[in-house]
Design a protein around this ligand. Structure first.
Ligand SMILES: N[C@@H](CCC(=O)N[C@@H](CS)C(=O)NCC(=O)O)C(=O)O
Length: 206
């Protein structure tokens, strides 16, 4: 069994979505960031960075326990463990890594930057930065909208961890800053298809 320590943030959801979609059984340990539960000595023993998500796989490779932070690493770990969502064909896999990296290193941190500015204690001090990060995030989504006009899934014709990673950032942006996603019909089509998946529905039901 896997233990997941996370919260309903974009990175936390990336781990939970991966576990659900990969069909891996896990115990859910919600971490209250507002209460600082990610800075306790018990949590820091799991991840010295003091950040969620973290998984502990009590039956890792060779039957040994594996403790893993970093949502992108967790997604790949789950996909490899389940033998799903990473294309076997080398060209499709290369396209998948490109899409996966954009979802993981452009979209999720982009959302995080906007969110940090807007939710700061004195948001007026960060108004210019918030605008800059919003424009940047919207620009990324515009490119994704163009891509999804030509592809069924995030990386082409095969469903992959790129879809799982992108959905967490999309879902959080749609919930918090829907104005950034206006007029993006192809992205919305893909988002609706993702939202209809039973595993996604289980993952986002906190
Ligand atoms: N690169 C890390 C980032 C993790 C991260 O930023 N987690 C946030 C929540 S989404 C967090 O724990 N924030 C609390 C903090 O940094 O104190 C990952 O992908 O897992």
């Amino acid at each position: 069994m896997i233990d997941l320590y996370a919260a309903g943030t974009s990175n936390g959801m990336r781990a939970r979505i991966a576990l659900e979609e990969c069909g891996l059984k896990y115990n859910w340990h919600p971490i209250d960031l507002a209460k600082g539960e990610h800075k306790t000595s018990q949590f820091l023993a799991l991840n010295p960075m003091g950040q969620i998500p973290v998984i502990v796989d009590n039956e890792g490779p060779g039957g040994k326990k594996v403790t893993l932070a970093q949502s992108s690493a967790i997604m790949v770990y789950c996909a490899e463990k389940a033998g799903k969502f990473i294309p076997k064909d080398a060209a499709k896999r290369a396209a998948m890594w490109e899409a996966y990296m954009s979802a993981s290193t452009d979209i999720t941190p982009g959302f995080g930057s906007v969110n940090a500015c807007v939710r700061a204690k004195k948001p007026q001090q960060y108004a210019a930065a918030a605008d800059m990060f919003k424009q940047r995030l919207q620009g990324y989504f515009k490119v994704w909208n163009d891509w999804l006009a030509k592809r069924k899934y995030a990386a082409g014709d095969e469903f992959s961890i790129a879809d799982l990673s992108l959905y967490a950032g999309y879902w959080r942006t749609k919930g918090a800053f829907p104005e950034l996603l206006g007029g993006m019909a192809s992205l919305e089509r893909w988002g609706n298809e993702m939202a209809a998946r039973p595993a996604i529905q289980r993952a986002v039901k906190l």
